[in-house]
Design a protein around this ligand. Structure first.
Ligand code: AHR
Length: 617
């Protein structure tokens, strides 16, 4: 069919902000440790614990030869880094890194460091090897100082390998902590820096903003801190003050996504990332309510006040002069100039709208009293519509909130059908921040649906101010969520079709919409897939009565699971059985997909499925 598009350059549509398209970085799918954070040693401070993940021990990723144990006593490196390794005389420990091992490239330099204490002195021998032999000349380090001290050595790789192992051996008994190996060639050559190929993938987008650090991540565990008053909390809310200063004093924490987070990639590094990629920083702080399936409101006025004060301190850390209390901390970390923070988000995807809002307004009042220029972002809960969404929007409107964060993960059809979503939004109400969205897949059709949808965001740039795809990164061996924008393993990374779409829009953002009209009718629809699939991340779920209805209402495929399920094929790690006329999934937290071939074209049907969550997300 012929289309005709009419554009009148003399008409002026809404202005498009320079920051409209950005990225959302969350430490999910091992996006930070083992990902963007360039540290090559896993569990470098022996802090992994069953609180992070039931399978963890303090020696996860380490193997011991001889005698060694992890100790938590008054001889520790400091109060925030509680475990250390007590290594026997003539013994050694070997770290296996992330994924298949420590990845090194021929000719590149790697900086090793370790905190060590040896009362009688000792010599450490540090080697980098894989099963094929040595990867760099071994280094010998004399531990001579009394008490804990940091020792360093550099390696130059003589071969490329993705399966390296780092071994530290000691002649005499020694205590070790913060065993670290970094590529010298980090992004922008920053110390404690970022893995270059991954940071460059962000930079190539020329993002308008970087939203960080989460996501559900900011809601980990209780809202308590680790202070003496509350006792040591291994599972606590994400608190920015935990993540700054010398890395050996950053207390590690359980990550909402089921692993340990070292906080080596912390708030200072996030601000640097934003600055280095020319983006506006956009942090998210916890609001003392937890959405993300936990649905809990913490009722503790003193704790709330402390979190509000922490948020004010964060703004001072970012923007204060080098003589202010927190500005001095920033300057001490190497950045005397402010980071020019203008936006801050309080809470993430909260699905207790009234409880959230009571807390949000307290944060907002305190922030705006001290920093009237700050734009304080609220949210509309976990979906694009529904009761929570409507209640949240009403509260946000009534309180004249500046910007409201909407999140949605939907089918490509949804994105095509909702291109006009924002055409009818109230122009006098709060602006919209689409802080997380993705069509459910990394295939070409998903990127295409997102691209079509983004034209709708852009057309409504007078109400949609900011938008970011989510999640940004996934390590292919540790996937809690898919689809994702950029994928990686320990030595390579690649963008998805969705990444190319984001890149196209971010690198070609206009400054104003020119209204246009199109006429024409498509002559055919699809087929682009010819299969129907259900993907689930549930740990246990049951499905029944799957029907696929064509645009004309005719049933194209149906299954009530009264017979066997041999028409369906499965991918993923779980198992599926037919039980009591239902299709039942068991024993996995990984994504599972059931697919039945023979469905019609992908964009002209409705899928109906009766699903029962038995447990899990
Ligand atoms: O992007 C993945 C998750 O999706 C985020 O952590 C959360 O905000 C949303 O549920």
């Amino acid at each position: 069919t012929d289309y005709s598009i009419t554009v009148d350059p003399s008409t002026r549509g809404p202005a498009i902000g320079k920051s409209m398209y950005g990225v959302f970085f969350e430490d999910i799918n091992r996006a930070a440790d083992g990902g963007l954070y360039a540290e090559l040693v896993q569990n470098r401070s022996f802090e992994y614990s069953a609180d992070d993940n039931a399978s963890y021990t303090p020696l996860t990723a380490w193997t011991v030869s001889g005698g060694a144990q992890v100790v938590n006593d008054s001889g520790r490196l400091n109060d925030r880094n509680r475990d250390y390794l007590s290594l026997g005389a003539g013994s050694s420990v070997t770290n296996s890194g992330y994924d298949t091992g420590i990845a090194v490239r021929d000719g590149e330099t790697y900086d090793f460091s370790v905190w060590a204490r040896a009362d009688a002195g000792t010599t450490l021998t540090v080697t980098l090897r894989d099963s094929g032999g040595t990867l760099a000349t071994a280094r010998r380090i004399a531990v001579t100082k009394s008490g804990w001290a940091r020792y360093r050595a550099a390696f130059t790789a003589s071969r490329t390998s993705a399966t390296g192992r780092l071994t530290v051996a000691s002649g005499a008994a020694a205590a070790l902590d913060m065993v670290s190996l970094f590529p010298r060639d980090t992004y922008k050559h920053e110390p404690n820096g970022l893995r270059k190929d991954l940071a460059e993938k962000i930079a190539a987008l020329h993002p308008g903003f970087v939203r960080f650090p989460g996501g559900c991540l900011v809601n980990t565990g209780s809202m308590q801190d680790y202070s003496a008053a509350s006792g040591w909390q291994r599972k606590r809310a994400y608190q920015w003050k935990d993540t700054i200063g010398p890395v050996e004093t950053r207390a590690t924490n359980a990550n909402f996504w089921g692993y340990n987070q070292s906080y080596g990639l912390g708030y200072y590094e996030y601000f640097r990332l934003a600055e280095d990629t020319g983006a506006m920083p956009l942090p998210v702080v916890p609001a003392l309510v937890t959405g993300c399936g936990q649905n809990k409101a913490v009722d503790d006025p003193a704790l709330l006040q402390r979190h509000i004060q922490d948020t004010l301190d964060l703004i001072e850390f970012a923007n204060g002069t080098a003589t202010s209390k927190w500005g001095r901390v920033r300057a001490g970390m190497g950045h005397p100039r402010p980071f020019d923070l203008t936006h801050i988000e309080v809470g993430n995807e909260e699905n207790l709208p009234n409880e959230f809002f009571a807390r949000f307004t307290r944060f907002r009042a305190a922030i705006q009293a001290k920093y009237p220029y700050m734009r304080v972002i609220s949210n509309a809960g976990p979906d694009a519509s529904g009761t929570t969404f409507d209640t949240a929007w009403k509260l946000n409107k009534d309180a004249e909130v500046d910007l409201v964060d909407e999140h949605y993960y939907k089918s490509p059809q949804w994105f095509l059908q909702n291109n006009d979503r924002y055409d009818s939004y109230d122009r006098s109400g709060p602006k919209v921040f689409v802080g997380e969205y993705a069509s459910q897949g990394n295939a070409f059709k998903n990127g295409l649906a997102e691209a079509a949808y983004m034209t709708g965001l852009e057309r409504n740039a007078d109400v949609v101010e900011l938008a970011s795809y989510a999640p940004l990164f996934a390590a292919e061996d540790s996937v809690q969520w898919r689809p994702d924008l950029v994928w990686f393993n320990n030595h390579a990374s690649w963008g998805s079709a969705n990444y190319e779409v984001q890149k196209l829009f971010m690198n070609n953002t206009g400054d104003r919409v020119v209204p246009s009209t199109a006429t024409g009718t498509p002559s055919a629809q699809g087929p682009l897939s010819g299969a129907v699939g259900l993907s689930t991340w549930a740990t246990s779920a049951a499905y029944d009565d799957v029907t696929v209805t064509g645009a004309d209402g005719a049933t194209l495929l149906s299954d009530d699971f009264s017979g066997d399920a041999s028409r369906w094929t499965h991918t993923g790690g779980g198992s599926w059985t037919v039980q009591d006329g239902q299709y039942v999934q068991t024993d996995t937290a990984a994504e599972n997909t059931m697919v039945q071939a023979g469905a019609p074209s992908w964009h002209d049907y409705d899928l109906h499925v009766k699903a029962a969550k038995k447990s899990g997300k």
